[in-house]
Design a protein around this ligand. Structure first.
Ligand code: ZN
Length: 75
């Protein structure tokens, strides 16, 4: 299991971070890593997590640590 990270003031696991990005449940998620980019909305740090919303899909998602901004690699 990866380490928990603080996102918008609360500790989250990779799975919880993925669920925030999806605004729903996910099947599995990897550990959280630093995305090495800044949030386009507020300029704070962005976290990255790979996850499976379903058995047939793998998504890389990004979420700002300090605001509601998030994005995924979906088209
Ligand atoms: Zn932000």
């Amino acid at each position: 299991m990866g380490e928990n990270r603080v996102v918008q003031g609360r500790m989250v696991t990779g799975k919880k971070l993925a669920e925030l990005i999806e605004d729903g449940s996910v099947m599995e998620a990897e550990s959280i890593t630093d995305a090495n980019k800044d949030c386009p909305d507020c300029g704070e740090s962005v976290l990255e997590v790979g996850y499976m919303p379903s058995v047939t899909e793998f998504v890389t998602g990004w979420k700002c640590q300090d605001c509601d901004w998030s994005d995924t690699d979906r088209d």
